[in-house]
Design a protein around this ligand. Sequence first.
Ligand code: GDP
Length: 301
Amino acid sequence: PPARQSWLDKLRNGLRKTSSGIAQVFTGTQIDDALYEELESALLMADAGVKATEFLLSDLKRRVKDAKATDPARVKALLGDALTELLQPLEKALVVGEFQPTVMMVVGVNGAGKTTSIGKLTRHLADAEQTVLLAAADTFRAAAREQLAVWADRNRVEIISQEGADPAAVAFDAVSAGKARKRDVVIADTAGRLPTQLHLMEELKKIKRVITKADAGAPHQVLLVVDGNTGQNALTQVKAFDDALGLTGLIVTKLDGTAKGGVLAAIARERPVPVYFIGVGEKLEDLQTFSAREFAQALLS
Ligand code: GDP
């Protein structure tokens, strides 16, 4: 369908931004050390990181040997297979409907695209006939509350928001209200920056604990929104937030503007948290489900 095509184009255009793109490596006629060296640089340039790059190179060499491949185009196709297999564990659907409500806590540093992603996710859920209740548990920034309220309005969903309140208290109220009103999904937005990073993690842990107090099995999802444009930095964030909170999924944004999409290979290799959605633009339809095969192909195109 055309809609799916256009987002793939956006992704491809973003990923293609370096002059030494990965596809470039396979335009010659020989399979030799120079090809593998160029590929190594291209993968590192795309922010795949040392570990995933080494893994992919040795996996690819094995595939080339097994297939008795003799031309670079075939090697490129085999790299596509290797990448797809590496990325496959990240491809997982976000399931709702198992609980009422399904409680999602959304975390991430300011500017990553958290509020925008919550807005898009809310629309996605509303389109799937799910009733959504938003919680503005980022009570530090007035702008964050206002922005979330705009998204709530636009999607015609309820929002629990209280100026100056304790963030954990807002989350507690929202989960309690979600239970009482039998909503399908409660999404809690959280702060992305506090005076110190340590303070931020402590606050987020507290919100998580308090959500569990409001509903024993919750939160069912702890989602991290990361900016794909930050490359290896995104991996550092995944590790830090996962260590502190136990992440269940990722939303990787801004892949429309980046040549650093290789970081998903690094995440797959070093901290394989499922990628429920990728962001390829600022519009509502720019939140897409992640497909390992499509992503690998875009990275190689
Ligand atoms: P927050 O501070 O994490 O809540 O970030 P925002 O949701 O306010 O987003 C920060 C900026 O990034 C805004 O200008 C968004 O429109 C933009 N943004 C978010 N997601 C994407 C994306 O997937 N692609 C692009 N190009 N921009 C995005």
